[in-house]
Design a protein around this ligand. Structure first.
Ligand code: SAH
Length: 379
């Protein structure tokens, strides 16, 4: 059983403490933190041996105390359109998905924040999976690290990178896992680490109103709102968190979102559900609703999943809807479905993980430990 902790996901302060704990003298700490930070997040070092400007003894000491372990890859699937989806695992029953969407001028990584979800949005596949638990900073950032490993995307500062954008649009509600998402994104946006500018990172929320202002001031990424309906009556049904934080409160939080401007618009996501929210009257109401907010509207054709209770709007209806929004002066791109053949498109992610009672989980973990120990024993 691996007992050494991984350094992935620690902030600088925690890294400093870990190194101090491993015996690095005080006077060397700042330098060591900087060196490791650079190796881990700019160069993507997977082991200490690779850190060629560090003395051999120091590297050996690090290796005795720590690892740079990422999550384990369970499966990787590649869509006919080039989209990739990974299923990652960090422990028994802790599995989550990450999607890479290459486009002509950029590559977007769609990152999960939770295993399962509590929101139960009716059109979302993840919503049918109960929350197992929040992902840790190491698990959130680990998704970025592993995608970059797989895409040969190191060093972070090189031109022509594959991962140019991150969207927190995978499994889970990021604002219900605020601290961990914040910690992971801080490293993703640190100019001396993964170095993505905050304009290239977007956090999507179904509308956890009390956390929206904090997202603006403390995380500082772009904001996307999963709006999906223009009346509380419909939104209550399809995005149940609306019962707690209705549309008017959500819009008020958007109006006062720190950092929103014409240069940094809030994205409103709107899934096109046939006969539910896709009428021309809905389109006109949508325009009224966002008036006064620097906004763009992202129309998302509904992506089907087994036994989903909805159908995607007809293409002609999506076009009519988009035209109304566009003529009112808002950009209204229709999101091209990517990776549908591998169930990697918006709202299709789900893992088999189920929450087990703590005692059952312990039993599984112990069994897993025993089997690793056994498999490591010389025959
Ligand atoms: N919980 C956050 C992050 C998930 S983002 C949020 O709700 O914003 C995933 C996006 O895909 C959300 O806008 C979600 O509403 C949308 N989505 C979910 N299921 C979908 C489906 N079947 N087809 C298209 N979009 C879907």
């Amino acid at each position: 059983m691996e007992t050494r902790p991984s350094l992935i996901g620690l902030d600088r302060e925690a890294l400093r403490a870990a190194l101090a704990g491993a015996g690095v003298p005080d006077r060397a700490l700042s330098m060591r933190v900087n060196q490791l930070w650079n190796w881990i997040y700019v160069h993507g070092a997977k082991d200490f041996e690779a850190m060629s400007n560090l003395a051999g003894d120091f590297r050996k000491g690090l290796d005795a105390a720590f690892t740079l372990a990422r999550p384990e890859i369970v499966t990787e699937q590649i869509s006919t359109d080039g989209t990739r989806k990974w299923l990652f695992r960090t422990g028994p029953g802790i599995e989550f998905e990450t999607v890479y969407i290459p486009e002509k001028d950029r590559g977007t990584l769609c990152v999960s924040s939770q295993v399962g979800c509590t929101l139960t949005c009716r059109f979302c596949h993840t919503g049918t999976q109960k929350l197992v638990r929040n992902l840790t900073p190491a698990e959130i950032l680990g998704q970025v690290m592993l995608a970059k490993d797989a895409l040969d995307d190191w060093p972070s500062t090189a031109p022509g990178r594959s991962v140019t954008n991150i969207v927190m649009m995978g499994m889970g509600e990021p604002l219900y896992n605020f601290d961990n998402v914040k910690a992971a994104l801080a490293i993703a946006m640190d100019g001396d680490a993964i170095a993505l500018s905050k304009r290239r990172v977007t956090l999507s929320t179904a509308g956890v109103v009390p956390m929206i202002a904090r997202a603006g001031t403390e995380i500082g990424s772009g904001l996307a709102i999963s709006l999906h309906a223009v009346t509380d009556e419909i939104r209550d049904q399809i995005v149940p968190i609306n019962k707690k934080y209705p549309i008017a409160e959500l819009m008020e939080a958007c109006r006062t979102y720190p950092g929103a401007s014409n240069a940094r618009r809030i994205t409103f996501e709107y899934v096109m559900l046939k006969g539910v929210n896709d009428s021309t009257a809905d389109a006109r109401a949508l325009v009224k609703l966002v008036s006064g907010i620097p906004a763009k509207i992202n129309l998302i054709p509904f992506n089907a999943w087994p036994d989903a209770p909805y159908e995607c709007s007809d293409w002609s209806q999506i076009e009519k809807f988009a035209d109304i929004v566009n003529n009112a002066g808002y950009a209204s791109p229709v999101r091209t479905p990517r990776g549908r053949d591998i169930m990697a498109a918006c709202g299709q992610l789900k893992s088999e993980s189920v929450k087990e009672r703590a005692s059952a989980r312990m039993a599984v973990e112990m069994a897993a430990q025993q089997s690793t120990q056994l498999s490591r024993m010389p025959h």
